[in-house]
Structure formats: C-alpha cells, structure tokens
Design a protein around this ligand. Structure first.
Ligand SMILES: Nc1ncnc2c1ncn2[C@@H]1O[C@H](COP(=O)(O)OP(=O)(O)O)[C@@H](O)[C@H]1O
Ligand SMILES: [Mg+2]
Length: 407
C-alpha cells in the first residue's frame, strides 16, 4: 500500500519538478531576452533628453543680437554671428545649461555655457557703468578663488590676461553688461581649461563669446560598454591605454594632481589619433587641484559615519574613523583607483559595463583580473600617489594583449 502510494507521488513530484524547472528556465529566458533588448535599446536611444534645437538656436540668436548691439564680446563672436560657426545639435543631458555641437572651418567644436547668471536685468544695455582691469581682478578673484584656490602663484595673471582680453573692449574698458557675461564664464571648467591649456590633458579651448566658451570636440560614446559589445579587444585595450595616459597627465600638471571625483562614462571623451586614443575628461565640475581637494575632504570630515561608504565623496574615497564616528579628512583613493573602479570595471552595475568587465582575452585574463582588482582598491595610507608599478604592469599587459591579438 505504502509502495503503491509512493509510486504515483514520486512520479507526480518528478513531473512537478520538471514543470517547475521549465517555468524557471522560461522566466530566465524572458529575463535574458529583456536584458539583451533593454541593453540594445539603451545603446540606441540618444542621450540628449533635456535640450532642443529650437531653444539652442534661440539662445544663440539672442547672444548674437547682444553682440551686434555691443553688449557681448569675445574672440568667437565674429565667427559665431557671421555664419562661420554653424550650429549642428545640442548635447545637453545633465545639469549644464547649454552644450552645443557646431562646425567651425570643417572641424566639430563644442559650445558650452556652464553657469547662467540669475539676474537677466543686469544685461540692460542702458546700464552705463564701466570697469577697469583692477576692479575686474578684484571681483573675479573672489569668484575664482572658489575654483582654483591658489592665490600665491602667477596662475592668476595668466588666467586673468586671457579672460580680460576676451571680455573687455579693445580700449581695455569692461562695460557693465560684458562684466555680467564674463561672470558666467568664471566657473571651474573654463578656468581650468585656461590654466591647463598647455598640458594637453583637457579639451583645447578655442575662445569665448559672451557666456559661451568653445572647446575641442572629444566625444564620449566610445567608452561605455554594453551587454552586446561590438568593440574589438584591441579597441578596448587602446582605450584603456588612453585612460592610463590621461591619468598620468592629470597627476602631473604644473599645479599638482587634478583629482577627478565625478567618474562616469559621459564625463570622458576619446579622440582617435592613428590607431590609439587620446582620452580627456570633458566635465570638470567635480575636479580639484590639491589645495581645493584638501578643502573638499575637510568638508567630508564633518560627516558622521558607521561604514567607509558613508565617507565617499562621489568617486573620491575617504574612510570612517570608527573611534570618533566621523570621516577622515583625507582621501584614500586617486585617479587610477577611481578609473579602475568605475571605468575599467563597474561589475555591470545596472546594465553598465566597464571596458574590461567582459570578454578578456583568454591568455591575459588571469593577469589582467589580478591587476584590475589591485588597482581598484583604495589605499591604506592617506593621499596615495599613483603606483608607478601598477601603471607599468597595466600598460605592459594591455600592450602585449594588443600585440598578440594582431598576430
Ligand atoms: N568637449 C566635449 N566634447 C564632446 N562632447 C562633450 C564635450 N563636453 C560635453 N560634451 C557632451 O555633453 C554632455 C554634457 O556635458 P557636461 O559638461 O558633462 O555637462 P553636465 O554637467 O550636464 O553633465 C557630455 O556628457 C557629453 O556627452
Ligand atoms: Mg557630465
């Protein structure tokens, strides 16, 4: 009886197990399908969401009107307002008010407005106040020191010479309205672009018109991976080498390390030169020279914490001091750690793939995996320098993998 009963039950169990297995497989299949299709669609959807050609064109028309009536100036106004610079499309998909792509003498350039001064009234052409250079420097320094924080070096003169020559009239006088526009230029990205313009570490700066500054087009599409990654290994390895070169340049500017804290794919651009890539940061809103970085970390040390994660300032990592319950006033990461953690690898967070998250060449897989783990780890000592050995090893393995790929 028992036997009889057991027979059909176990058969029934088997059939119920296999139908459960089928359901699980079916659900997995559907999920996989959705992930693949989602990834594919995501890669096809243009990322420009919050800008329109109409609004961008209207903004440029107004700027050129102001140039014509003499309240805006800058070396780019003439080409921009006489049709030599041709608007193509807007690229904004974040917080920056205007990021436009345009064509100038056969080359693509990017027009940016990072800050919009609030009081539109200030542009009133009837306003007849005029400033001299001394006044400009005094007021600009106030704003500028927030961004560069280095009053002692000759940095100020270099930057102010450039800005003043762009903003003022030819007679060296700065009318009120031009001062208004000029104030909008004096943000971190513009100032750092001038400060570091000879280092080739940032997109080249071409000039200004009113509150717009123009920089080299350094497209960001190359870096982010996807589930179905069409890029060859040698492309990804060359992008990796480009990123390592970028880190080296940013670590060694004439003013010390430029720390990058907003590490996301759309904030880096890559330009192909021969078969290699030159990679540059294209959004400098959260980048800091050493003196500023110290201030930023002092700010972080006001935070209470239970774990190290509470002490992350974007990609720049501090630690929790468990005795005091406050974050340490130091960073334990550097640009290499940040790029390794968030660009080389992302561990496929929310469908985001780092350039080395998948499909490593078999012969180099284990070496590269070890190196990627090593370079992603924050240091145990504060303000770590980039490890030259790790840079060397990473470069060597990437170069060797390209070489063997080409054989
Ligand atoms: N120099 C550049 N070259 C090419 N594209 C750029 C450049 N600067 C910005 N972009 C594009 O515009 C987007 C937004 O610019 P960004 O300065 O990052 O503004 P936000 O502060 O809104 O993130 C970037 O993610 C990129 O797609
Ligand atoms: Mg950005």
């Amino acid at each position: 009886m028992l036997k009889y009963l057991r027979g059909p039950t176990s058969q029934c169990c088997k059939c119920c197990k296999s139908s459960r297995l089928a359901t699980i497989l079916w659900v997995c299949g559907v999920l996989l399908f959705l992930v693949i299709v989602g990834g594919f669609i995501r890669s096809k959807i243009p990322r420009k969401i919050i800008c329109s050609n109409e609004a961008s064109q209207a903004f440029l028309d107004e700027l050129c009107h102001n140039y014509t009536v003499g309240v805006a100036s800058g070396s780019l106004c003439e080409p921009l307002c006489t049709g030599k610079i041709v608007y193509r499309e807007c690229l904004g998909h974040g917080v920056t008010p205007h990021v436009l792509k345009a064509n100038f003498q056969g080359e693509e350039i990017i027009l940016k407005v990072k800050i919009i001064m609030e009081k539109q009234l200030e542009l009133n052409p009837a306003h007849s106040l005029r400033f001299n250079r001394e006044y400009f420097e005094k007021s600009a320094k106030l704003q500028y020191s927030k961004f560069i924080l280095d009053d002692k070096t000759k940095v100020n003169k270099k930057v102010f010479d450039y800005v003043y020559s762009e903003c003022a009239n030819q007679d060296g006088i700065l009318p009120y309205q031009k001062m208004w526009y000029c104030q909008s230029l004096l943000g971190r990205e513009f100032l750092l672009s001038i400060l570091l313009k000879d280092t080739n570490s940032l997109p080249k700066i071409y000039g200004t018109c009113g509150n717009v500054f123009a920089v080299e087009n350094t497209p960001d599409e190359k870096l982010e991976g996807s589930l179905i990654d069409g890029r060859s290994w040698s492309t990804r390895a060359r992008l990796g080498l480009g990123l390592l070169d970028m880190i080296e340049k940013l670590d060694n500017t004439p003013y010390g390390t430029l720390y990058l804290c907003d590490i996301r794919f759309p904030n880096f651009g890559a330009v192909k030169v021969g078969s290699d890539y030159v990679v540059k940061p294209i959004d400098l809103d959260f980048t800091w020279l050493p003196a500023q970085m110290k201030q930023v970390m002092i700010g972080v040390s006001n935070k209470t914490c239970h774990t190290d994660e509470h002490c992350h300032y974007q990609a720049c990592l501090s630690r929790c001091n468990y005795k005091t319950g406050y974050c340490e006033p130091d960073t334990y990461s550097n640009n290499l750690v940040s790029i390794c953690r968030m660009i080389f690898t992302t561990n496929a967070k929310v469908l985001k793939y780092g350039i080395f998250d998948k499909d490593l060449p078999v012969n180099f897989q284990s070496r590269l995996t070890i190196l990627l783990k090593k370079c992603s780890l924050p240091s145990v000592t504060p303000w770590p320098r980039t490890s030259p050995e790790l840079m060397k090893e990473l470069r060597a393995v990437l170069r060797a993998s390209i070489h063997s790929n080409n054989l």
